[in-house]
Design a protein around this ligand. Structure first.
Ligand code: PRX
Length: 635
């Protein structure tokens, strides 16, 4: 029998050792006993990080939707699979059973096929958190189309870049979306994006806000009537374990976003296994992850991981502050949520509000609390533990990435004793290493270094869509034969890991990864701007906020600086999305640069963080005098 469900610490250590001594044997057992395959693999694992190439369950055939839906029908047909909680609490929640999910997914899959989508085609999904988003994701998977979900907070420009990068031929969207008291014109954003996307020939539109929108003849179709007519039966396509399942874009420190490619077999096995253990999910539990399916957290831990375990997974359309700051807790009480998984930025925002919002509700159903997306600071950890968990529900601080597909370092609740701000121990099968800047592994405990992973796990991304070289350069060139995460970490006396944050130019704002280069490009497009540099600085709710240093062109004209600031943020909103707006913009006459012309962000970061006691040696800069000017005028 495989160790599918770990229940105590000794068992964790025993299973961990097994998974590291014989990874192939370990994962083969898990895959064999807990999933349905149309054909078994020829080879459990082939890998070479120098190429890099990773293949799990090569030769196997499966369809992930059979594992997430069909196989549950005999025993769970009437169990709620997706529990949709709308933005407005006055609107009724929707319990979508496994039986209904099967029907909807098959219908949508047939609609996709009827509109020319075939196995291997890319479909862009730009939808709010409404049931159609889950149907669309699974419908693609059912027919072997590769879904590329773009978070519906991205601008038309960002959407167009992503559609074109992966040559999507279809976009699935909605008329609009509700977020708190706002209604957003999603279809308008899609229309604008498609002006630059000649490859898209069909747009399927779900109805949500019932707002007035333009339908382009021959291209745009309402989804509901097509689904109503479609057959509720659709054979699942046979997929090879290594066929792509989806593309999901993530920001890099430079260049355009990276379309991370995840494949069918390994991703399914790893997300299902981590979900079961890290949330200690049991059959009757109601599980809620507050993320958006537009991010990896939603892919792995709202859709695939939970459904592969036959779980009930809440899909929440709204925001934590609407109609008031008690919304999360109201939903916990209403649906008797057992596992609650959210981001530190949400916890910090709610911790600022009156405790009455929380104390009004009965949170006694909660058994496990999760955190993801950025380091959780000690204060937020204690607030979460004391007030939400009442010191009874363990907090799982889960560290992972879009690229890793599933959770990599995390406590197992009721198994691993937790320590505030520590993601604690590597999950089963994960072999972390801390590296120094010279490329040597730092052994032992009470050390700090750059976090790498030495051995492949089943859900590692296989490539960057259309750019394997960039995949190698970004993740496998810094350290020989290692996957480099881009994060720094330390390991304490008992071997627990604490993630300290990014060591590259990615900045995490409210849990969202933002690359510096695309934002600087957006700023530089403003006609008055000559050059710019952005850095992160600590922010008590967002974790980090963005600080921009901007050099204006010398035109002799005087400009209202606040106007320029607004225009710059407007420009960023249009080109990327509101999540990338700058909190502070300082106009400077120059930027500190090395003799080779590279901006010294380290210095700018320290100034923005008001931490100028130790700026290091600035004398080797091309323009050392600029540092004082910037410091004197810091905002
Ligand atoms: O810096 C780490 C941070 O988020 C990055 C990955 O972001 P993304 O690909 O958007 O995926 C987020 C959701 C999995 C990581 O490189 N990060 C994520 N989780 C944690 C974290 N930092 C500290 N603690 C965490 N629990």
């Amino acid at each position: 029998m495989s160790n599918y469900h770990i229940k105590h610490l000794e068992e964790y250590y025993q299973v961990y050792r097994k998974s590291v001594r014989n990874p192939e044997g370990f994962w083969e057992e898990i895959a064999e006993e807990h999933f349905i395959w149309r054909k078994k693999w020829d080879n459990v694992l082939e890998w070479d990080f120098s190429k890099p190439e990773v293949k799990w369950f090569q030769g196997a055939q499966l369809n992930i939707t059979e594992n997430c839906i069909d196989r549950h029908l005999p025993t769970r047909r009437n169990k709620t699979a997706i529990l949709f909680e709308p933005n407005d609490p006055k609107e009724e929640a929707l319990h979508i059973t496994y039986g209904q999910l099967f029907e909807k997914v098959c219908k949508m899959a047939n609609v996709l096929k009827a509109n020319g989508v075939k196995k291997g085609d890319r479909v862009c999904i730009y939808l709010p958190m409404i049931p159609e988003l889950t149907y669309a994701v699974l419908a693609c998977a059912r027919i072997g189309a590769i879904h590329s979900v773009v978070f519906a907070g991205f601008s038309s420009n960002a959407l167009a870049t992503r559609i074109n990068d992966s040559d999507c031929k279809m976009v699935i969207t909605s008329d609009g979306s509700f977020r708190g008291s706002k209604s957003i014109d999603l279809k308008g954003i899609v229309d604008k994006a498609l002006e630059d996307c000649p490859g898209v020939n069909t747009v399927l539109v779900a109805k949500r806000t019932k707002s007035d929108i333009e339908m382009v003849e021959g291209r745009d179709k309402w989804l509901a009537p097509l689904m109503a007519e479609a057959s509720a039966d659709c054979d699942a396509e046979t997929m090879n374990a290594e066929d792509p399942l989806f593309i999901l874009y993530t920001s890099g420190s430079t260049g355009k976003p990276k379309g991370m490619v995840h494949t069918c077999g390994g991703y399914m096995v790893y997300t299902a296994y981590t979900f079961k253990n890290i949330f200690q999910y049991r059959e009757e539990d109601v599980y809620w992850c507050t993320a958006d399916i537009g991010w990896i957290t939603g892919h792995s831990y709202i859709v695939y991981g939970p459904l592969a375990n036959g779980a009930t997974s809440i899909m929440f359309e709204g925001v934590p502050s609407y109609p008031d700051f008690g919304r999360f807790w109201e939903v916990v009480e209403k649906h008797k949520v057992n596992q609650f998984y959210t981001a530190p930025t949400a916890i910090r925002a709610l911790a600022k509000e009156n405790l009455d919002y929380l104390e009004k509700y009965d949170l006694s159903s909660l058994k496990v609390l999760g955190s993801v997306g950025e380091p959780i600071n000690e204060e937020a950890w204690h607030w979460y533990n004391n007030n939400v968990g009442k010191k009874k529900s363990p907090i799982v601080d889960t560290w992972w990435q879009t690229e890793t597909g599933g959770i990599m370092i995390s406590p197992i609740p009721y198994v691993t004793p937790t320590t505030p701000t520590f993601a604690t121990l590597p999950f089963i099968g994960i072999q972390p290493a801390l590296m120094d800047e010279e490329g040597k592994e730092i052994k032992g405990n009470q050390v700090e270094g750059r976090l790498c992973i030495k051995f492949p796990w089943p859900s590692i991304a296989r490539t960057i869509w259309g750019n394997h070289e960039r995949y190698r350069d970004t993740y496998f060139s810094a350290y020989k034969d290692m996957y480099f995460t881009g994060d720094g970490a330390n390991r304490d006396a008992v071997g627990y890991y604490r993630i300290t944050g990014r060591v590259d130019d990615v900045i995490i704002v409210s849990g969202h990864n933002l690359g510096t280069a695309p934002i600087e490009d957006a700023i530089n497009e403003h006609q008055a701007v000559a050059e710019s540099a952005i850095v992160g600085f600590p922010h008590d709710v967002k974790g980090n906020a963005l600080y921009g240093y901007v050099i204006l062109k010398e035109t002799g004209e005087s400009r209202d600086r606040d106007n320029v600031r607004n225009e710059i943020n407007q420009q960023i909103t249009e080109l990327i999305g509101p999540i990338a707006k700058l909190d502070k913009i300082q106009f400077v006459s120059g930027l500190p640069k090395t003799r080779s012309g590279k901006i010294m962000r380290r210095i700018l970061r320290k100034i923005a963080s008001n931490d100028t006691s130790n700026l290091g040696d600035t004398s080797t800069l091309l323009n050392p005098e600029i540092v004082k000017e910037i410091m004197d005028n810091v905002l």
